[in-house]
Design a protein around this ligand. Structure first.
Ligand SMILES: [Zn+2]
Length: 344
């Protein structure tokens, strides 16, 4: 699982430019499914089995990033943010600029404290005032390096093990969901009905890829795999977010868009209980994921998610626990096995 997650993390791909992770995900899924294709928008759709019921498992492939919007005479790159960034974490970050020749390392620097006026030191930095430095001395050098306006930029976090079962990386949102879905596909040998494994595009920009793929597949139920916030970091109160690392996957009862379907909640929570897999329930007014939107597709398709609590979500140093990832896989498999009891 760690190796799979690492391969997915290294396939850096922002919303709208998912080709690197799409290639990795398709390659990982292919041996375990009957058919795999990419739709016109770039969603990966894999199918296993046939007939009813039709269950759609889904994980978004895209991650936050940037797009180069202007190159100044001195060779610095101005950028536009893609996805839900927190401006405060951008200064000091290493990035990869995906030019036409190769991906180049860049850094986002900031004025040293020695030169800051008192008032300046107190005010937060805005992303629009920052630039990427790839080491170029002029706009001509930038062009020779193959970088131009419109190129996408990813965080350069990589994957690393921390103490025990904890791991860190950038783009865990949603490489973790992709890894869980792939592992479910690998471990499920047969299913009476049709199982779809779908990797979607542009979730971070408004659940874009999921809408069309859910519409096209028209499943009986949608089960999403994604990360969600962990509330056990020092600066978060349990009353704000009670999810903890190591306490099992999370079922979102409510997120910022919708309430998970009651039938899906029953399916997932009862299955977890029977299989003795720890499960945390989340009630939130923020966030959304691909499955949240399925209630608005066609005549409404029931949905819910199995999520992995992750610290520092949307930063380049997200932290998760491999035990939760393993339990999310186990719960995904048990849910697929218990489908006949809940969906015909
Ligand atoms: Zn996500």
């Amino acid at each position: 699982m760690e190796k799979l997650l690492e391969r997915l993390v290294n396939a850096e791909s922002i919303s709208g430019y998912e080709s690197a992770i799409r290639d990795v995900l398709a390659k990982e899924l292919k041996p375990h499914v009957d058919e795999i294709r990419t739709d016109r928008l770039g969603n990966v759709i894999a199918r296993k089995g046939k007939g009813s019921p039709k269950i759609m498992l889904v994980a978004h492939m895209d991650e936050l990033g940037m797009i180069v919007k202007h190159i100044d005479k001195k060779g610095f790159l101005l950028f536009e943010l893609v996805g839900g960034w927190d401006d405060r974490i951008i200064p000091g970050m290493k990035v990869r600029v995906h030019g036409s020749k190769k991906a180049l390392t860049g850094v986002i620097g900031i004025k040293p404290p020695h030169l800051l006026e008192k008032e300046e030191a107190k005010s937060p930095v805005k992303a629009k005032d920052l630039m990427i430095d790839i080491g170029a001395k002029s706009d001509k050098e930038v062009a020779v390096a193959g970088v131009s306006v419109g190129d996408f930029v990813t965080r350069h976090g990589g994957f690393e093990k921390l103490l025990g079962s904890r791991v860190t990386g950038s783009g865990f949102d949603n490489r973790i969901g992709c890894a869980v879905m792939t592992e479910v596909a690998r471990r499920i040998k047969s299913f009476k009905g049709t199982l779809y494994f779908v990797g979607t595009i542009q979730e971070e920009l408004g659940l874009i890829g999921a809408r069309g793929s859910i519409h096209g597949i028209n499943p009986d139920v949608v089960l999403g795999f994604d990360v969600t916030m962990a509330g056990d970091a020092p600066d978060i109160k349990p009353s704000e977010c009670s999810n903890e690392l190591g306490k099992g996957p999370v079922f979102p009862v409510k997120d910022g868009v919708s309430v998970s379907s009651a039938g899906v909640r029953k399916w997932v929570t009862e299955t977890a209980k029977k299989a003795r897999i720890p499960l945390q329930l989340e009630v939130s007014s923020a966030g959304a994921t691909d499955s949240s939107i399925s209630v608005l597709v066609r005549d409404g398709i029931p949905s819910g998610s199995i999520m992995v609590a992750t610290r520092y979500v949307h930063s380049p140093v997200e932290v998760a626990d491999m035990k939760d990832i393993e339990n999310a896989v186990r719960l995904g498999i048990e849910c697929v096995k218990s489908v006949p009891r809940y969906f015909k």
